[in-house]
Each structure stands twice: as C-alpha cells, then as structure tokens.
Design a protein around this ligand. Structure first.
Ligand code: IMP
Length: 178
C-alpha cells in the first residue's frame, strides 16, 4: 500500500517492513554485544512498542527477561506539564541492567520522566532502545542508546505507532501527507 487514510488524515508509505526488520536486527546485535553477561531486563512501554519489542526479542540471544508496562499520563498539580507514572511493573529491578523499549523518542519528555521513575527503584543502569528517534525534535538531553531508525520531524504511524488509536497494525511505517 502506497497510501493509507486513517480517520481524517492521509499518510504515505515512508519505511518499508524489510528496512524496519533489518534495522531491528542490527540493534539486536549491538544489544547482544554490549549487554552480554549483564542479564538485562527489557521493559517495553505499551501500547506503542508491542510490535517492535516482539521483533527485537526474536534476535536478542543473550539471557534476558522481558516485561510490559503502561504509562498513565495526567496533569501535574503544580505545573502545566503532564506527569507520567509507570503502571504494572511487578519485577524487582534493583541492581539490574534495565533496557527501556520505546516506540519513538520525539521531544524526549516521556523518556526523561520514565528514567527518573525507574531510578527510584535503584537499577544498576538504564539503557534506552527505541524503534524511531526524531533528533530534530529532541529538547531534553536524553539520547537513546539503541536506535533502529532516525527520522525527520514528521508525524508517522504504523508498526505500533498510532494516530488517535488507529494504524498500529500496519506492517510498514507511513508519514503524514503535508
Ligand atoms: P516525547 O515525550 O515527545 O518524546 O514523545 C513520545 C511519545 O509521543 C511516543 O511514545 C508516542 O506515543 C508519541 N509520538 C511522538 N511522535 C509521534 C509520531 O510521529 N507518531 C505517533 N506517535 C508519536
């Protein structure tokens, strides 16, 4: 499919499935090399990372665990910024190597808040693996450690990413038409 319509918006094909898979495989190899002997625990952030996490883990060959969490987002009492809270983490991550698995790092706000929440649980170290990274949009100083694909500052859907809840099931990634 060269084009898709989701709700009121049109999107055009941007990154095909085979390119996505090649790059996921590449970062899985980096993870296998860099985290060997560390028995990492992968913490995938739902909903966006479900497809990425599944395909990534097929190529992770070092001993490791995976778990899934959600983020609750609500308005802070004293500031206008959203406060993000991690829900559903039952594993003990103290002294563990944690790999946060995200769909996309855009401004970096989400990942920054996730890191500070996880740090309260005293892991040994925290690494970030992301399917997509928009370097031009980044306003926070948090750089992901493992990036499958860098993209320009355009809105995209597919392979887990949504527009208003739809489009997560697409096997390719599409970008919004100007
Ligand atoms: P950040 O906090 O600005 O880094 O944004 C991260 C979150 O915004 C992601 O986890 C996505 O849910 C959402 N997001 C950012 N850019 C896009 C996009 O292009 N398509 C779909 N969702 C996006």
């Amino acid at each position: 499919m060269k084009k898709v319509t989701i709700l009121d918006k049109e999107f055009e094909l941007f990154i095909e499935s085979n390119t996505i898979q090649e790059n996921i495989k590449r970062i899985a190899t980096d993870i296998n090399n860099d985290l060997e002997g560390k028995n990492p625990i992968f913490v995938a952030i739902l909903n966006g990372s479900f497809m990425f996490a599944g395909d990534l883990m097929k190529h992770v060959t070092i001993p490791s665990e995976i778990t899934f969490v959600r983020i609750a987002s609500y308005k802070g009492v004293r500031s206008t910024k959203d406060v993000k809270e991690v829900l559903g983490l039952v594993e003990n991550i103290k002294d563990r190597t944690v790999v946060i698995v995200e769909d996309i790092v855009d401004t970096g706000h989400t990942i920054e808040q996730l890191i500070s929440q996880f740090e309260l649980l005293r892991p040994k170290e925290i690494k970030i693996a992301t399917l997509l990274f928009k370097p031009e949009a980044l306003v926070k100083g948090v750089k992901p450690d493992f990036v499958a694909l860098e993209i320009p500052n355009d809105f995209v859907v597919g392979f887990g990413l949504d527009y208003d809840g739809f489009g997560r099931n697409l096997r390719d990634i599409y970008k919004i038409k100007p």
